[in-house]
Write a protein that binds this ligand. Structure first.
Ligand SMILES: Cc1cc2nc3c(=O)[nH]c(=O)nc-3n(C[C@H](O)[C@H](O)[C@H](O)COP(=O)(O)OP(=O)(O)OC[C@H]3O[C@@H](n4cnc5c(N)ncnc54)[C@H](O)[C@@H]3O)c2cc1C
Length: 391
């Protein structure tokens, strides 16, 4: 295949790209700047995405969704980010819904999925991370004890994003104490918590101020009662269900990182052609050109790996190494593009009206969440290279 064709990475799902681009045109930089100044949630943007059906892209048609492959969902998120918008306020609905879809009971699916597809219910929050366990998920200490037809939950979560704007929360809890489990991954259970009933009844949600407008929170849980019928799948097998969703999450967020990278390159190239200093466009200087050209090459290469990961996922093949590689490569390529763009804009990169500093701050997150670069490297070292576990 000629090199040009191999590198022609922007051609699949052209209708989706075009329609999402049109939708995003209604949400310019001024919309996002205003939200951030007020630490506000992008209600209008999420409503538009929901009404257009994009947030239900992965919900099967039988439950009212579009039943599209994961690759199509990644293209939706990539386009949103490439157009200067952010899907962070609602992207989790795409992959948390997968846990319910794959492991929920028929009655749970019937009750929740059509309502999520319709936009009547939001499932945008998932609580896994805890203050003391961090990346070591299996050490989590939030405990759920069965009491008749309920579980009673006590513990704490951190970085539970969107909890104040979601109706439902997927909560990973320990139902069997670690010392009674054969394996550390046993004894964890996924509960579907109805936040509308839970808040004030054993659940307190406190926002965390961050360097980006992300609506992330801490959850303080003390005696929260969750009906036993809200267990997803089997009690004690929750970690496997969460793991199942992680590859999808990594591939989808790789799409967002790619979109950010494409945004930075497009903005920087336009600016480098227009901005004249010393009597010529700054883009004529190789000091400006080369970082942008290098970032573009790295983005295209990362894009190919992300497509490979999505293709494996959609074919039902094992895709852990590809999904993790895609996440690592896209987050680093996007960050290189962010840096090159920031430098291209000179002092104007710092001016809020240009949106570069906002996107630059937002883009940094991909190297930390949903999984940090070190943890991806540890995974590749162990599973691909067969090196001994580092922890
Ligand atoms: C804005 C934001 C939103 C988030 N949203 C959610 C959410 O909705 N739901 C949720 O459950 N979580 C969420 N998270 C949590 C996120 O997934 C974690 O921050 C992330 O997994 C890392 O955990 P930690 O911050 O405790 O870092 P730590 O685990 O304390 O790690 C700190 C550093 O040490 C490194 N490190 C740790 N152990 C090792 C090792 N063995 N080898 C090499 N390096 C190591 C890590 O890679 C990292 O760089 C969010 C985080 C942020 C910042």
């Amino acid at each position: 295949m000629p090199f040009a064709m191999l590198m022609d990475t922007a051609i699949d799902y052209p209708e989706i790209r075009e329609q999402v681009t049109r939708l995003c045109a209604g949400f310019p930089g001024s919309y996002w700047r205003d939200l951030e100044a007020r630490s506000a949630y992008p209600e209008a943007f999420v409503k538009a995405l929901t009404e257009s059906g994009y947030l239900a892209a992965l919900i099967p048609e039988a439950f009212g969704g579009a039943g599209l492959p994961l690759r199509a969902a990644a293209v939706i998120l990539e386009t949103i980010h490439a157009r200067g918008c952010s899907a962070a306020a609602c992207h989790a609905q795409m992959y948390t819904m997968g846990t319910l879809l794959r492991h929920g009971s028929p009655s749970q699916k019937k009750r929740y999925l059509p309502a999520i597809a319709e936009g009547e219910l939001r499932l945008q929050a998932f609580g896994v991370t805890e203050p003391d366990s961090g990346s070591d998920t299996l050490s989590l200490r939030t405990r759920a004890v069965r009491d008749g037809d309920h579980f009673v939950v006590t513990g704490q979560k951190i970085w539970t994003s969107r909890a104040r704007y979601s109706d439902l929360l997927l909560l990973l809890v320990r139902t069997t104490p670690l010392e009674d489990c054969k394996k550390r991954s046993d004894g964890l259970t996924v509960l579907l918590v109805d936040l509308r009933e839970a808040e004030g009844q054993g659940l307190e949600i406190r926002p965390i101020e961050t360097m980006i407008n992300h609506q992330t929170t801490e959850l303080f849980i003390d005696g929260l009662k969750v009906p036993a019928e809200n267990v997803i799948g089997e009690v004690g097998r929750g970690f496997r269900y969460i793991l199942d969703g992680m590859n999808a999450e990594r591939i989808l967020l790789a799409g967002e990182a790619l979109g950010d990278g494409r945004y930075f390159i497009e903005r920087a190239v336009d600016y480098a052609k227009e901005r004249k200093v010393f009597g010529r466009p700054i883009g004529q200087n190789q000091g400006i050109q080369f970082p942008l050209a290098r970032a573009r090459v790295h983005l295209d290469a990362a894009d190919l790996v992300a497509r490979q990961a999505a293709a494996s996922f959609d074919a039902g093949e094992p895709c852990g190494p590809a999904a993790n590689s895609a996440k690592l490569l896209t987050s680093e390529a996007a960050w290189a593009a962010a840096e090159a763009c920031f430098q291209t804009f000179g002092g104007f990169a710092f001016a809020k009206d240009y949106d570069i500093e906002r996107k630059w701050r937002e883009c940094r997150l991909f190297q930390t969440a949903p999984v940090s670069t070190n943890m991806v490297l540890a995974y590749i070292a162990q599973t691909v290279l067969g090196l001994p576990r580092a922890y």
